[in-house]
Design a protein around this ligand. Structure first.
Ligand SMILES: Nc1ncnc2c1ncn2[C@@H]1O[C@H](COP(=O)(O)OP(=O)(O)OP(=O)(O)O)[C@@H](O)[C@H]1O
Length: 652
């Protein structure tokens, strides 16, 4: 196939532009990114070779080579990993398939527009833009790669200017070589950072890639003064040069060392290196277990949730090793999905080296280890909640949603997730704006007379505070949990009760307040209902298909109307969440409640009394309903009709 020129995808161009023109700090990370790609490629070759030895073409020593060359001011990174085919090069290198990179660019743009308060370093770390970081230090990047098992190789080359060339070529060894032709600032003795300097490179490898599982080798030219027979340097003799191939990384798996000998920085560096992270993790759990199953696990809770934690393209899971040999990345079957944010690895002699993913799922050892790890993580979280509240609240901010989704999902799996997680939940409440409470804390504060745990849903604190349904509870001084995330109510509904007390939405059914005053109001409401039976019936008729019932309210104070949902079935907020998820099948049974003490009620009585068939009465009913919808944050189906009716009324 002849040499072809291709254009980068528009997003790739933008990314390259950003890389070259906006990121000035930490350019040295390019090396870590390329080494980690090389290491991933070797992992793949290793993994595939377990079932197909021929792939290795007789060479089963996995290595990464670095070749700095001052004369041509290049640095070449070679691996004997899986390599890429022509199409893979086009797909992986020429386009940005990863939504993560797109998100990275948007964040960069946002940050720039906002005055750039997020550091580049943080940004790159969060999104791992990988290969493209090469263009931060290189004016030309050349990739020569041959897929293991294939005859022809591919050469890809680009100046990072929007186009690249690609052609078939020859390459003897399998794998990938990436040659960076360095920008003038990055080579030569006067350069600020000289990436052809072997000692500089050695330092970078030690800093970022020490734990890479495969040897990273580089040739050092050693200058020596010849020595005499006794081993003393011969004075005046001309220096000789010799080559010495050195392995730059220590490769000793951290998790195999004794816990007490490992410094926090070592854990942090290992975490950053292994998972391409920039920040130290929030928590580290290093466990060695012996007994029914033997394993060592090293788990981390990252400081921040990845932006795509809840997207389909996020791949949860930990790495598996058997006697320190890597067997699998992202094993999903070990930990429950609600711990999808946990990163790390498990090393166990009980795992077989060439076990398939399917067989692994059924492995008894894996299940046992998974259960133990889950227990450990939960115990750590419980301990943090008890002993280090600020830290736990930070954890909650990052990962609380994951636990809540876990609870909701347990509705289908029917396991004991609720029992495990309910004490770890935190919510804001009407009590104080800045604090969050556990359910236990809420229940402890409940007065004797309060029988239920009340909650309200809304997009933010302010919206809930303004809900008509809040008025009565506020007046009575009853604390209400504020559920601000759509998943909250689903989780709460799955838990059903805490410490024998049922959850109750303030926008659902009867509030069932048991105090004397409430009983009196209830009685009074029933009387008003009876007296206005006809009016209520006719309002209901005017709103057929819109509401399932109309009631005289005993919960409203100053507002005229509100919309509540029936005790059974989804709430109005849940209906909205379903609709947002394009699942409009689940509808709440809407009940319109009218405040009998509001002036509007007497106006309704008058209009109804004059002519219950009149257009005016029907319009009033409709306006009441639409008002209640708007309070819930739901737009009317017919906004024009609504506006016209208001205009007509105002003009009167
Ligand atoms: N040395 C290599 N050998 C084989 N394939 C490679 C190599 N380097 C890159 N690739 C391919 O190119 C893809 C894109 O690489 P890039 O570094 O941009 O992202 P990534 O490695 O997938 O993500 P991240 O950097 O976040 O880990 C890789 O997923 C891989 O398929």
């Amino acid at each position: 196939m002849a040499k072809e020129m291709h254009e980068f995808q528009a997003e790739t161009k933008q990314l390259l532009d950003l890389m070259v023109h906006s990121i000035y700090t930490n350019r040295e990370i390019f090396l870590r990114e390329l080494i980690s790609n090389a290491s991933d490629a070797i992992d793949k070759a290793h993994f595939e070779s377990l079932t197909n030895r021929e792939l290795l073409e007789g060479n089963d020593t996995f290595e990464i080579y670095l070749v700095p060359d001052e004369a041509s001011h290049t640095l070449t990174i070679s691996d004997n990993g899986i390599g890429m085919t022509y199409d893979e090069v086009v797909d992986n290198i020429g386009t940005i398939a990863k939504s993560g990179t797109k998100a990275f660019m948007e964040k960069m743009k946002e940050a720039k527009e906002a005055g750039g308060d997020v550091s580049d370093k943080e940004m790159i770390g969060q999104f791992g833009v990988g290969f493209y970081s090469a263009f931060m230090i290189a004016e030309k990047v050349t990739i020569v790669t041959r897929k293991a098992g294939q005859a022809t190789a591919v050469k890809w080359e680009s100046n990072g200017d929007g186009t690249y060339s690609i052609e078939e070529c020859e390459k003897e060894a399998r794998g990938t070589s990436i040659t960076l032709t360095l920008l003038p600032e990055f080579y030569g003795e006067k350069a600020e950072e000289n990436f052809t300097d072997t000692y500089k490179i050695e330092t970078l490898i030690k800093k970022y890639s020490d734990y890479v599982r495969y040897p990273i080798k580089m040739n050092f030219v050693i200058e020596e003064t010849p020595k005499d027979e006794e081993g003393k340097p011969i004075e005046g003799a001309e220096k000789t040069k010799r080559d010495e191939m050195r392995t730059l990384n220590s490769m000793q798996p951290l998790w195999t060392r004794n816990k007490n000998d490992i410094k926090p920085e070592e854990y942090n560096d290992f975490f950053k290196e292994l998972f391409h992270e920039w920040e130290a993790p929030m928590d580290v759990l290093h466990t060695k277990a012996e007994g029914t199953v033997e394993y060592t696990s090293l788990l981390f809770i990252p400081a921040h949730a990845p932006f795509n934690l809840y997207h389909n393209d996020y791949e949860p899971g930990v790495q598996l090793y058997s006697r320190h040999v890597f067997i699998m990345d992202k094993c999903k079957d070990l930990l429950p999905d609600y711990l999808r944010f946990v990163k790390g690895l498990v090393d166990s002699p009980d795992f077989s080296l060439n076990i398939s993913r399917e067989l692994l799922q059924q492995s008894r050892e894996l299940k046992l280890i998974g259960k133990n790890l889950e227990k450990n993580i939960l115990k750590t979280l419980e301990r943090t909640l008890k002993n280090d509240r600020p830290k736990y609240e930070k954890f909650w901010e990052e990962y609380g949603k994951s636990l809540k989704i876990g609870i909701y999902n347990s509705m289908y799996s029917g396991n004991d997730t609720v029992t495990k997680l309910k004490d770890l939940l935190l919510f804001v409440s009407s009590k104080e704006a800045s604090t969050v409470s556990s359910l236990k804390e809420y229940v402890e504060r409940m007065p004797e007379s309060q029988k239920k745990i009340y909650y309200a849903t809304g997009k933010d604190r302010e919206t809930i505070e303004h809900l008509p349904q809040m008025e009565l509870l506020r007046e009575k001084g009853i604390e209400v949990l504020f559920l601000l995330d759509p998943v909250d109510e689903f989780a709460i509904e799955t838990i059903r009760e805490y410490d024998g007390k049922q959850f109750h939405s303030i926008s659902r059914g009867d509030l069932e307040l048991d105090d004397v005053e409430s009983q009196e109001v209830k009685k009074e409401t029933e009387d008003i209902s009876k007296k206005n039976e006809d009016l209520i019936k006719d309002i209901k008729e005017a709103l057929t298909n819109k509401v399932s019932d109309v009631k005289v309210s005993n919960r409203l104070k100053s507002s005229a109307v509100c919309l509540v949902a029936d005790e059974q079935g989804p709430s109005i907020a849940m209906e909205q969440a379903f609709a947002d998820a394009k699942n409009p099948m689940f509808k709440a049974k809407r009940i319109l409640e009218i405040n009998p003490h509001h002036d509007l009620f007497s106006r309704l009585q008058t209009i109804h009394g004059t002519d219950k068939e009149s257009v005016e009465f029907k319009d009033y009913c409709d306006l009441l309903y639409t008002q209640a919808l708007l309070i819930e944050g739901i737009l009317p189906e017919d906004p024009i009709g609504f506006a016209n009716k208001i205009a007509k009324l105002m003009a009167k």
